[in-house]
Design a protein around this ligand. Sequence first.
Ligand code: CP
Ligand code: NVA
Length: 299
Amino acid sequence: MPKHFLTIPDIPKDEVLQVILRAKEMKDNKVRTDLLAGRTLLLIFEKASTRTRVSFEVGVRQLGGDPVFIAARDSQLGRSEPLKDTARVLSRYADGLIVRTFGQEKLETLVEYGDIPVVNALTDEYHPCQIMADVLTMYERTPDLASLKVAWVGDGNNMAHSFINGSAAFGYELALACPEGYEPDAAILDAAVNRGAKVTLTRDPAVAVSGAHYVNTDVWASMGQEEEQKKREAAFAGYEVNDALMAKGASDVKFMHCLPAHRGEEVSEAVFESPASIVWDQAENRLHAQKAILEWIYK
Ligand code: CP
Ligand code: NVA
């Protein structure tokens, strides 16, 4: 049975920290292996990407494999060939699918009809590769992850859901501040709490950030929600991460963002460019975290 990585809980709880530690080792030792020698991994993207695409293409090569990129709109998927047919065809050519798409159920269709590993490179519901990189970024500064208070300010979106799952996996406390109507999905939240996630939800960004060691935010309109931009700007007024909000955090509070960022919306220019901002380490850590995830799948 192939291993898949569609959400954080796909990695058993007793293995997930090992993947982070391995990512750190790969980073520190600039690890190159031939683990994927002779293997081709297909990247199928239905949404735009800079970091995810490039870090996966580079990471697959650093593990000795061959990445092949397919923009979904240029393939027959863009002309409505069913995903279940695509899954069966691509399984005959390749050794893995790294997929950025809309609904999570599309990945589940690829798993059901294909017979090769599937990796979630972002869906509307989750961005698990990003959270693994983000946990690595926090771990490098504060290895005792269970001692941390992490704040999430803004939309209860795919990144928020992945931070919620991360709380169950890694033990940090997560305090979310979301406007009414933009809370995380209740079923995802309940399932994570049942797995041990320590999550609080408030409307007040100051409450969420109070004493936090890491403050996270993300765009107010995710990919696929562009037409809601104006409505969301109104709904998220007061949710900008700025100096006044950061001042409520712990004395060495850090700012995190998965990128790309909209300065003057979810984060001020001053915070984004401040010494407290660790966004470039997060971006770099995509490469190392994903290499460790691929090793977990293929080793
Ligand atoms: N953070 C992230 O996934 O970036 P890209 O959209 O550029 O891949
Ligand atoms: N929430 C954002 C994350 C981008 C990396 C989106 O889905 O567009």
